[in-house]
Design a protein around this ligand. Structure first.
Ligand SMILES: Cc1cc2nc3c(=O)[nH]c(=O)nc-3n(C[C@H](O)[C@H](O)[C@H](O)COP(=O)(O)O)c2cc1C
Length: 177
């Protein structure tokens, strides 16, 4: 299967990246094709809400989101990878999801698979409540088939993350697809 990873951390060698790499290793070993978008490298503007797309059509903004859109619609699975920023996803990832607006039905029709990879400094058991709830709502709304979540509590730096069990969990998630 074709998997697109939307990687929303600006730190290319950071903790989100560590989970992404581990997931990718597992998924590739299982025979899947993984394409990663480090969203910080792509110039994607926020949705302006003009709705010229009519919620399904060309977007008036001709920016790098055209590449993301093409890859998402060519894929079977989307992996959302993000650091926890103020108890939600990073702006880089949220902007790309908001731009789904112009191809919403195309995504829904595909019944894609999905997963969430995330890391945070905090390690309280409520750390990911808001993000988890948001992700599960997206799964319902976009008719995804959830393949799992890796919620990396206490992953505030790359060394903390490497020394946690979360990279292994991300690897296993990819491997069992
Ligand atoms: C702008 C910003 C907001 C953050 N918000 C939170 C937060 O709400 N809760 C938390 O536990 N950690 C928070 N963190 C910490 C990061 O989630 C954590 O350090 C993570 O490992 C960063 O991942 P990265 O290495 O991929 O950038 C925040 C960090 C930044 C820079």
């Amino acid at each position: 299967m074709k998997i697109v990873v939307l990687q929303g951390s600006p730190n290319k060698n950071g903790s989100t990246h560590i989970l992404t790499e581990a997931f990718t290793k597992g998924a590739e070993e299982a025979g899947h094709q993984v394409r990663r978008f480090d969203l910080t490298d792509y110039k994607v503007n926020p949705c302006t809400g003009c709705v010229a797309c009519g919620y399904e059509g060309p977007c008036v903004q001709k920016d790098d989101n055209q590449k993301v859109r093409k890859a998402v619609l060519d894929a079977d699975m989307i992996v959302f990878a993000t650091p926890l920023y103020y108890y939600g996803m990073s702006a880089q990832l949220k902007i790309v999801i908001d731009r789904f607006c112009a191809y919403n039905s195309s995504i829904t029709r595909k019944h894609m698979k999905s997963a969430l990879l995330t890391v945070a400094w905090n390690s309280d058991n409520w750390t990911f409540d808001a993000l988890e709830s948001h992700y599960k709502t997206l799964v319902k709304y976009l008719d995804f088939e959830d393949q799992g979540m890796v919620l990396g509590r206490g992953c505030g730096s790359p060394s903390m993350t490497r020394n946690s069990g979360y990279p292994e969990k991300a690897y296993e998630l990819g491997r069992q697809l």
